[in-house]
Design a binder for this molecule. Structure first.
Ligand SMILES: C[S@@+](CC[C@H](N)C(=O)[O-])C[C@H]1O[C@@H](n2cnc3c(N)ncnc32)[C@H](O)[C@@H]1O
Length: 239
């Protein structure tokens, strides 16, 4: 009974996510959009110097979308033997990712994989960089979240880097009535707990960047406008 209720919740959230992502991926053009697809995030841009001396780079982008971060990195690493495995649940994300990789002439480096983050098994010691930007909070349970963090930790080679940006402590209210709404995120962990999980799993790593930024958005939802507040946790560390 409870399992069914939980599965229904995940299905409902994923259906909504699919709708909103499909709309934006169909409408907007990578790097020339006023939406979040307009530019690569600064934290990812800051990773480039760490790979200056590498000739071969193997990277993984979990919940890669249409390649906002991976295509930028593939362009920066054009003179290296670079492969970035890009995993996303949605066919349309991976189709657009491949088109974008061709447009930016990095199709040799971008490997699109249509799969869920939960199902994509990260082999130990296999990547120099693993990133997940606004993606890990979409795995199907807190247990999956913790086990994926451990897999990421084991999947990164010596001197390799993890770059995670994760929404935490997410709240949503109807702007007109102030009624609380269920945030459309599969996993919603308190900020303190998230920070503790990250420092537990990545203990003994060198932390490069750690921040929490409170953000507020107004978003259309089922005919009303809701206000979403979130603490965005950024965690970049080197093994
Ligand atoms: C907010 S977008 C971010 C995309 C990309 N990381 C970026 O920064 O541009 C989240 C992406 O994660 C994907 N996603 C959501 N849940 C997922 C899951 N469980 N497994 C794989 N991909 C997922 C969505 O399809 C979407 O493309």
């Amino acid at each position: 009974m409870w399992v069914q209720v939980l599965n229904d919740r995940i299905d409902r959230i994923r259906e909504n996510e699919k709708k909103s992502h499909t709309e934006i991926y169909q409408k907007e053009t990578l790097y020339s959009s006023n939406t979040w697809l307009g530019k690569t995030i600064k934290t990812v841009k800051e990773l480039v110097p760490y790979f200056e001396d590498y000739e071969i780079i193997r990277a993984l982008d979990l919940g890669a979308g249409v390649g906002r971060n991976s295509i930028f990195l593939a362009e920066q690493f054009r003179d290296k033997d670079c492969r970035i495995d890009c995993v996303d649940l949605l066919d349309i994300a991976i189709d657009k990712l491949k088109q974008n990789a061709a447009v930016h002439s990095v199709d040799n480096s971008i490997n699109g994989i249509t799969q869920s983050i939960e199902d994509y098994i990260i082999a130990p010691d296999s990547y120099d960089l693993i990133m997940a930007v606004s993606a890990l909070e979409h795995v199907d349970s807190e247990e999956s979240f913790v086990s994926k963090l451990k897999e990421i930790e084991e999947g990164i080679r010596d001197h390799g880097i993890v770059c995670l940006i994760i929404n935490s402590e997410i709240n949503e209210i109807n702007i007109e009535t102030s009624q609380e709404l269920e945030p459309q995120f599969e996993v919603n962990i308190s900020t303190e707990k998230m920070k503790n999980m990250l420092s537990d799993v990545f203990k003994n790593w060198t932390v490069i960047k750690e921040s929490v930024v409170n953000q507020k958005y107004e978003i259309p939802r089922d005919g009303i406008t809701s206000r979403l507040t979130t603490n965005v946790v950024t965690f970049v560390a080197q093994r």
